[in-house]
Design a protein around this ligand. Structure first.
Ligand SMILES: [Zn+2]
Length: 344
């Protein structure tokens, strides 16, 4: 955690500037407001703003368990997304299974109403980003505790920028190919070493490689980003991925020292640690104040009749509970906030 050093600021002669900035700093932080939400906004589904600065209404959750997926880190309550994303994940899990992938371990999607998070990602704010583990789903149901503690396995050889050949399999290529196959998927983010591996080994149709983009992190999981959905005029799209395969100079850059050089100069605060609600699109205030659906179950996509695994730290949201008692169980003071933890 970063703390303000008053002494250092004053000695740097920045006291005056700091004092003038104080009133703005009193505004609530967007991450605290959005991080406290337990249920989505019961509105028409719509994403507002950009992947790293926005929110969404009409969110849907993916069930903790489906025929071809298990959701991880349930206590974080980040199984929420725009319904287009949640439906895509169900379809992806089914089609990946048909390809021979044992099933998806689903990592973070978004908070119930999106917005900046208390810990972890800068993006994932508008319900259109999802992390999928490179570890295939085991052939048994993980307990809630295991889902908190089991760690994902890096596909990169320790101390290198290259794929660990003992872990990489043709099935890993196939699951990425499947993820990139959907027209609404704009980008699949992976570690540069994984992109390099694909550049060297993919045979036949290589057109999908253009969507697979190298990025920091993403050795334990890959990240799927979909385009702005229909009915979201307030959603700001990203530049389309370049037309080329990306197996060129742009990839070679990742294997130089530059991208990995430690930052120099004073540490800058993370955007989420200073972003007030007013920095988000105005619609996000409406999203925050919108009523919640009657229950979590009412807005959860299941792929089977399996009963959900309850998150250890989350309040029990009984689907049969009457709305009044549900509201009581959602009084802000009683909402446990997810504890910050390093995220892979
Ligand atoms: Zn991600």
């Amino acid at each position: 955690m970063r703390r303000f050093s008053f002494k250092r600021l004053a000695s740097a002669g920045l006291f005056f500037a700091f004092a003038c900035a104080a009133p703005a700093a009193a505004e609530p932080l967007a991450k605290d407001l959005f991080g406290a939400q337990r249920l989505p906004a019961a509105t028409e589904p719509a994403s507002y703003g950009f992947y790293s600065k926005g929110c969404f209404g009409g969110g849907m959750a993916i069930a903790t368990d489906g025929p071809h997926w298990q959701a991880m880190r349930l206590s974080r309550n980040r199984r929420w997304g725009h319904p287009d994303m949640i439906r895509l994940l169900e379809r992806f899990s089914r089609e990946a299974a048909a390809d021979g992938w044992p099933g998806l371990l689903v990592g973070d999607i978004s908070q119930p109403r999106g917005g900046p998070m208390l810990s972890g990602h800068a993006s994932h704010q508008i319900g259109l980003d999802a992390d999928i583990w490179f570890t295939p789903m085991p052939d048994r149901r993980l307990s809630a505790e295991e889902r908190e503690k089991v760690s994902a396995v890096s596909m990169i050889k320790e101390g290198s920028l290259y794929v660990d050949e003992r872990r990489w399999t043709p099935a890993h290529e196939a699951v990425l190919r499947r993820a990139a196959s959907y027209p609404q998927v704009e980008r699949v983010l992976v570690h540069p070493g994984i992109k390099k591996k694909l550049c060297e080994t993919v045979r036949g149709d290589r057109s999908w490689l253009r969507k697979v983009r190298p990025f920091w992190g993403h050795d334990y999981h890959f990240h799927i980003r979909i385009s702005c959905p229909k009915g979201s005029p307030g959603c700001k799209g990203q530049e389309p991925a370049p037309r080329s395969e990306g197996c060129d100079k742009s990839l070679a850059w990742w294997f130089t020292e530059e991208p990995w050089r430690p930052a120099t100069g004073p540490e800058k605060p993370k955007a989420r640690d200073i972003m007030p609600l007013s920095a988000l699109p105005a619609a996000c205030r409406v999203v925050l104040n919108a009523p919640a659906p009657v229950s979590e179950a009412a807005v959860t996509l299941t792929g089977s009749g399996t009963a959900p695994v309850q998150a250890a730290a989350a309040p029990s949201l009984d689907q049969d509970a009457d709305p009044a008692s549900l509201l009581l169980s959602l009084q802000p003071a009683e909402i446990p906030l997810p504890s910050p933890r390093p995220y892979r």
